[in-house]
Ligand binder design. Structure first.
Ligand code: ADP
Length: 239
């Protein structure tokens, strides 16, 4: 496995509270890795450190072997999608997607090209002139996804991106996301507390408990051979 991202003995503390504890983790290029665990187990903090919104307290995070502990977020080429995807209500779908590129001073012609390509990829071209209020929850989430994809990132970081959707839509979006992952060969790091979601979507799952990995393995392995009692109980719970 060629690791695109490496966590080497990474810890993160907020005051006296250690929320990520000596984490060693390698993420392969093109893999779909889920960080699964109960609320408060440190998943979001790991994503924040990867995105560049938080710096580790100790240890090293590497991207293609380069240490990036303090590299600013906008130089990491990572797309970020969170649960609360706020779209601009007064802008159309296309304008929403174009906005981050406009802010960076990307030339107009290139914006048009990139937005067109991104909307095409997630099959939103027909809806490009609508306002967010004229879209379903799933369509809005696809716009948020597209806004992250428009940078053509090498890595997508997703924190409970489907959490706000109802069950049916959520399952539909899970399939779409899997498809997108396969199609684009993106590396995806996906935070969820939903066992079923992690089991159906991931190439590998890292199960977290109190800032540490309990088990890191394929969904089959985690399901069939949970290594600790914590993993067995957490996987066995139904939402
Ligand atoms: P998860 O994503 O697994 O729910 P988080 O990474 O969000 O876990 O949080 C882990 C712990 O770190 C929690 O106890 C949370 O309250 C704490 N925490 C997260 N961010 C901060 C912060 N900026 N300041 C203080 N404590 C924080």
């Amino acid at each position: 496995m060629t690791a695109l991202i490496k966590f080497e003995q990474v810890s993160k503390a907020f005051g006296k509270l250690t929320v990520v504890d000596l984490l060693d983790l390698e993420i392969a290029k093109g893999e779909f890795l889920s960080l699964l665990g109960p609320s408060g187990s440190g998943k979001t903090t790991i994503l924040m450190m990867l995105a560049g919104f938080e710096a580790p307290s100790s240890g090293a995070i590497r991207l293609q072997d380069k240490r990036i502990n303090h590299l600013p977020a906008h130089l990491r080429n990572m797309g970020v999608v969170f649960q609360n995807y706020a779209l601009f209500p007064h802008m159309t779908v296309a304008e929403n997607v174009a906005f981050p590129l406009l802010m960076r001073g990307t030339p107009k012609a290139e914006i048009a090209l990139r937005v067109g390509r991104a909307l095409d990829m997630v099959k939103l071209t027909q809806l490009k002139d609508r306002k967010p209020s004229q879209l379903s929850g799933g369509q809005q989430q696809r716009v948020a996804l597209t806004r992250a994809l428009v940078f053509e990132p090498t890595v997508m970081l997703m924190d409970e991106p489907l959490g706000a959707l109802d069950k049916q839509l959520r399952e539909h979006m899970q399939l779409e996301l899997r498809e997108l992952h396969r199609h684009l060969g993106l590396t995806i790091v996906f935070v969820t507390h939903d066992q079923g979601e992690a089991l159906t979507m991931s190439d590998r799952i890292a199960v977290f408990n109190a800032g540490k990995i309990e088990q890191l393995a394929s969904p089959d392995e985690i399901y069939d051979r949970p290594r600790t009692r914590f993993v067995a109980e957490f996987i066995g719970e139904t939402n």
